[in-house]
Write a protein of this length. Structure first.
Length: 217
């Protein structure tokens, strides 16, 4: 096993097998397809964004109705330690572990970098994204939740969701689900293509249900 492993997650696939995924600190994301707890295929490393090493952490994996699975994880795309630009990225795979489409950013960061003053002035990203969670949907697609904190406006942080089709194409942009400081979202797909999301906000828990078209009721 690649070491040191971090943030493992597991998902059952449509044929009853399962996939185990984990992050390798300051390297990449790894998964292994398993037919049982003792039998499985080789470790498969997921190429990081731009083809260069990135700090990978906090990943989530979900099995899809069509037999494949989808991964989402936090990747630091700027080599500045804790001041790197944390973005949530995703990639879909077939049941055999082959990539389906390209790796993509769930909520692209478009604002310019700013500066941090702790412990000294250093470049800081416009946003810091955390806590991805993936849920499969009844139509074969999936939805990804994350939270994002703005470095331009310290009061702004929100939980977001973005829905994808069965072939991995985004169905609209990432949209905010919380009006204030939404953090650590968790998401689950419903039986009719709907989905539910729960998040924490200023010491309270909130939940919201979305219809199959990703519009809140």
């Amino acid at each position: 096993m690649s070491t040191p492993p971090r943030a493992p997650d597991i998902a059952v696939l449509a044929d009853g097998s399962f996939v185990v995924a984990w992050a390798v600190w300051e390297q990449d994301v790894v998964f292994r397809l398993m037919s049982s707890l003792t039998q499985g295929g080789p470790e498969i490393h997921v190429a990081t964004q731009g083809g260069t090493p990135a700090r990978a952490e906090r990943l989530s994996v979900a099995g899809l109705k069509g037999g494949g699975f989808v991964l989402a994880w936090v990747a630091t795309t700027l080599p500045r330690g804790n001041f790197g630009q944390n973005e949530v990225v995703t990639r879909q795979f077939s049941a055999a572990g082959a990539p389906v489409g390209d790796q993509s950013t769930v909520r692209p960061i478009t604002l310019p970098n700013t500066r941090c003053n702790t412990p000294e002035p250093l470049p800081c990203p416009a946003e810091i994204q955390h806590a991805p969670d993936v849920a499969a949907l009844a139509d074969g697609g999936y939805v990804i939740a994350l939270d994002s904190e703005s470095q331009h406006n310290e009061a702004f942080a929100s939980a977001f969701v973005r829905r994808y089709s069965a072939d991995g194409l985004p169905l609209g942009p990432a949209t905010a689900v919380s009006a204030q400081r939404g953090e650590n979202p968790a998401i689950a797909g419903g039986p009719h293509g709907d989905f539910l999301i729960v998040w924490s906000e200023w010491g309270f828990l909130y939940a919201k249900r979305y219809a199959p078209d990703a519009a809140p009721p």
